[in-house]
Design a protein around this ligand. Structure first.
Ligand code: ASP
Length: 338
């Protein structure tokens, strides 16, 4: 008796996984077609029925929000025809794309797996084949999340951050458990993982608005904040100290926050502590900003918070709606009441 092979759609977005070294400059550039990338892993076709499509061939430095929309719509279009989806993508902005897909593909009932490589597939010691193979294997398993499979890890996409430009384990999920890991085979270990289901997608695939993420540093001149507020922005994220401290004495940023709020610009406060969460009520430097109506981002990664704000703005949300949006868990990206 023969059983049907699991079917996978591979969506190609470029990245090192499809790069070659330019002979003149020695710079890595996206050059391979998706078939050339997959040809490095011929064993895949023995196990899976694979179809591939190209969304964009670029260094992920050049990924734009419209590409997030295009990837999510490409998945939606073929959603019923495949058991799982694998996205080949550059690592530098992979966590942004993973976050975007997790919001865009509401009620997701199948695996969507992003992967890439630190070393191009033609070069000795490349991690491309093992990552692609593990991503494909993972994409046939019983779960329904947007995840990143890279090195030894299977991570919830909107909880992931790239933390190394060279290590094989380039991603971590600093405040949320790993969904699983790559041992002899991929293994799913997180008991709360969302499982496959047969329902249909609730698509909201657009991302919009000019969002600025400003890192608060000691001595930040409030004039810089003023200039940003006067620029054509729709949302501001202040990456604050510790649990959410905003300078309020010399070079206070509070007047700038008040101006932004009066202009109807939502102001979010995140923490620079990647293993932490915002607790703005803990210190006076947090409470005073909180009283001005800023929205703390909790334990979200900077990537997940930035993309969530653009997702909300593209749906026409104003400050009050954004406040409500950030008090909710949309796709497992935040711990509410944690
Ligand atoms: N610069 C590359 C990219 O993000 C890095 C990689 O793919 O690892 O496209």
């Amino acid at each position: 008796m023969t059983t049907a092979k699991p079917s996978l759609l591979v969506l190609y977005c470029g990245g090192t996984v499809g790069m070659r070294q330019d002979s003149r400059t020695s710079a890595l550039q996206p050059q391979l077609k998706v078939d050339e990338v997959l040809a490095h892993a011929p064993m895949l076709t023995q196990e899976f029925k694979i179809k591939s499509t190209t969304v964009v061939v670029t260094d992920s430095t050049n990924i734009q929000p419209h590409h997030w929309t295009e990837v999510s719509e490409a998945i939606a279009k073929e959603y019923d025809r495949y058991d799982g989806f694998v996205i080949l993508h550059g690592t530098d902005t992979m966590a942004y794309t993973a976050s975007a897909l997790s919001y865009a593909l509401g009620d997701l009932g199948k695996p969507v797996v992003l992967t890439g490589a630190q070393v191009p597939p033609d070069l000795l010691g490349s991690d491309a084949v093992s990552n692609i193979v593990h991503a494909c294997m993972t994409a046939t398993m019983d779960f329904a999340e947007v995840c990143i499979v890279f090195g030894n890890s299977i991570l919830r996409g909107n909880r992931s951050m790239k933390i190394s430009e060279s290590e094989r384990n380039a991603f971590i999920s600093p405040v949320f458990p790993e969904l699983g890991s790559i041992r002899l085979q991929p293994e799913l270990t997180y008991p709360g993982i969302r499982r496959r289901h047969g329902g249909s997608l609730n698509l909201k695939t657009t991302f919009g608005g000019n969002v600025v993420a400003l890192k608060v540093v000691p001595g930040l001149d409030p004039k810089i904040l003023d200039a940003i507020i006067d620029a054509d922005i729709d949302g501001l994220i202040l990456e604050s100290f510790g649990p959410g401290g905003i300078p309020n004495q010399e070079r206070s940023l509070l007047p700038g926050i008040t101006r932004a709020r009066k202009k109807g610009i939502p102001v979010l406060v995140s923490t620079q502590c990647i293993y932490g969460t915002t607790r703005m009520y803990l210190y006076e430097v947090g409470q005073r900003a909180l009283k001005l109506g800023v929205v703390p981002t909790g334990d979200m990664t900077p990537e997940a918070a930035f993309v969530k704000l653009k997702w909300g703005l593209s749906q026409g949300m104003k400050t009050d709606d954004i406040t409500r949006l950030f008090s909710k868990d949309i796709a497992g990206e935040v711990t509410i009441g944690g």
